[in-house]
Design a protein around this ligand. Sequence first.
Ligand code: ZN
Length: 485
Amino acid sequence: MKLSLHHIALALVLAFYSTSQQAEITSKIDLPDMGDSSGTIITPAEEKELGEHFFRSLHSQVAINQDAEIQEYIQGIGQKLAANSDGPKLPFHFFVVMENDINAFAGPGGYVGVNSGLIVLTEAESELASVMAHEIAHVTQRHLYRAAEAAGRLSIPTMAATIAAILLGTQSPALGQAAIMAVMGSSVQFQIDFTRENEMEADRVGMQTLQEAKYDPRSMPTFFERLQQSSRYYGKDVPEFLRTHPVTASRISDTRGRAETYPYKQYSDSLGYQLIKAKLKALSTNDDAGTAKYFQSRLKQGTSEQKTVAQYGVGLVALKAQKFAEAESIFQQLAKEYPGQPHYASGLARTALEAKNYSVALARYKKLTEQFPENEAIKFEYITALVRSGEAETAKKNLSSLSYKAQKQPEYYELLAQVYSDLKQPAESHRYLAEYYYAMGQIQDAIFQIRLAQQSKGLNIHLSAILRERMDFFINEQIEAKRNE
Ligand SMILES: [Zn+2]
């Protein structure tokens, strides 16, 4: 049977929306038809809930990158593309998954993930942008929600976990398997035909976005070709991206033809792209010596900017290998040469932090927060440094100055839990650990932490009430999640 997991994902989402549609039929008469793309079939609130569940579920299955600089970059390029897409008002959330496998995916609720392996494979920023624009198009064209038959009834948590497992290509997670079996039906073949159209449409719409956002449209076919070539080396083990978005010769020639209609222009990569790619390469390697050699071989190649990036790469590998003296001297030199560039000075501050040279690290971060007050990545690293050097009170103050978005990240809750633990407030600490586990998709651990919080001494009425409310909420979620098992 020719059946890709991508299409089961579609069937699953559709199964979900058919039940919500039935609910609507009873309340409304002028119901839009199934092919309607206005977003009325699954309500925005339901989609938001499904998306949040999906993201938590991802956290429990793979390592979502938590590096503040990398997050800031991927959000930046993603939001720029989204703003130039045909759904500029839709909510989007972009993130990097630390997996060497080549993959990118769009889940419900505008959650778009790109694997570190894919970013490292790109050879130009426009190539990365072309993959992201394609995923954004799947979202704006509502491919996850369009047309098809109903196949079953699933709870939102089960649906979310299953979509996550499918998009990641996770091998038979117990939860996903049961749900997949529940929705496999007669409509599967139809899905496959429909999805080929979806792929073409995502290419076409994505290329438009790419061009509007001032990236090179020619990068799309170029990257598809690179993907196809790379898959030859994989043999049977095809990259996940190709499984969920099959790249055919006709897609390559189609996108090539369309790209050629745009006037030829020279495009250059942003420094941010080059630095983040170097960072991901350094972070994700298992072979520090080999990666160091790779960057060293590039110290004398290309433009002066590329040489500088290679130097940065050498510094990052040295830092990762805890060669602090070497990292210190490299970042010193870079920060001195490029004082307006936050990445180099951050590398220098991080070197002091990793070397447990706390007073120096704090002084460097403090200076950076003054020089780049809007930079959330620096703020976050500064707070981490404060926590690690035992300055819990100052850390707490700074945590409250983070943006609303940052305050919903699991790492935010983790820092907060540590701060309260240091301040000898165990109930608060367990409470925030519970939020951390919840954000990580580990509901059982969240419930356990609430219980520990409730057993802590010196609980006031206000906190008791919050804990009771959160306990009820988590238990309800757990019941809901188990409904389809
Ligand atoms: Zn696709």
